[in-house]
Design a protein around this ligand. Sequence first.
Ligand code: SAH
Ligand code: SF4
Ligand code: F3S
Length: 442
Amino acid sequence: MPVLNKPRVYLETYGCQMNFADSELVAAILEENLAEMTSDIAKADVILVNTCAIREHASQRVMQQLHRYQQQKLQRPEVVIGVLGCMSSHLKEEISQERPWVDLVVGPDSYRQLPQLITARRAELPTSVVTGLDRYETYEQIFPRRDAGVNAWVTITRGCDNFCSYCVVPFARGRERSRPLSAIQAEMEQVVREGFREVTLLGQNVNSWREGDNRFPELLEAVTQVAGIERIRFISPHPRDFSQRLLEVIRDIPQVMNHIHLPLQSGSDPVLERMNRGYTASGFIELAQRARATVSELAISTDIIVGFCGESEADFEATLALVREVEFDSAFTFKYSERSGTIAAREYEDDVPAVIKGARLDQLMELQNGITRRRNSACIGREFAVMAEGPSRKLATEWMGRTGCNRIVVFPFQAGLLPGRVLPVRIEELSGFTLRGNVTQK
Ligand code: SAH
Ligand code: SF4
Ligand code: F3S
């Protein structure tokens, strides 16, 4: 077998925060065992792409990237190209048969094997496809390799058992499992040592975390004990599992921020039923109202899908009516995209025409943008505790940070300011969707 240099690995990531957190895990596994990471694709010996399969558009972008990597392979045939993440199990045949320049296909539960798979492939052993899902893998003893910053993502559950009928995640990531509390606490202590001040706990259904008799509220209470964590956030909770006790923990623990991301998906009961979401529109409204009544100054954001199978004009109107009633602080909105293998793909017809999906998305976004603007305008003249993150994207003399309720605020830079500092900022104006303010402290 030829002796090979330590390979340089270029890793590109698509998809949600869980996937970005997984890439930090992959970087840690590789650096520990085999490789060094590089941000220069032209110098990489190994090119990895951590993929997302949630909508057709996400998959298409990855396929385009794979062609870009093929160019690298044409110039340097020894380069190893690997596909990781949520597309790997879903599209393994398509990737390995139609894209022969792909050397490795490795699913989200098999990253511990990456060093050995890369080494074998570099030694000219055959292509590997390892996509089996493991109902116990939680990457317990591995500390992800994070770039410096203010917020650290900490995964607390993997996989999902909800099987919302439209969703590919339970197939791509397998059964839900909770990481042990001791591993989560150890990771939080580590991120404090690395200089992070805020932690966002991650899970596809984050509030279903459990260990023995302990549930998510007990986890929040426990992690609050980790010295040095000033702010705790979590995404994404499922409305069905959102207990009153959880609301009270958010109200009572100062480090737990006053923002919840509460995915709605639809405001129509028959659509929610077909989506297998496990709640009704009125149940969702009651929860949102109770949440705002329990936690003062609570911001609620959401996800909504338009054009799901069988969505009538009346169903869509019901979604608009719910959005008007709840007044979300912000929303991510999507056109339904059929994913093969899901329950919806098997049982329902994707029968809402593309133009109608587009028109409904526009209408929903227009409604929500007006509400977002109104709720942001209500912040003008008020003071918020803003955690500074770093220079704003536009001007070096300005910095950006976030309020507890997760609103981005831009303010003038002050000498000596460091990321992670919490400052009192008075909001002066709203430009576009951005709040601008001034630090009120002398
Ligand atoms: N686990 C999280 C969300 C995961 S995916 C939750 O349940 O809240 C993020 C969002 O993508 C979902 O909330 C949903 O709005 C959207 N989404 C998921 N599958 C989709 C599909 N097939 N087509 C369009 N949007 C989808
Ligand atoms: Fe998908 Fe539903 Fe699980 Fe979220 S809760 S990841 S939408 S199956
Ligand atoms: Fe995409 Fe997988 Fe996340 S499908 S949204 S990267 S869990």
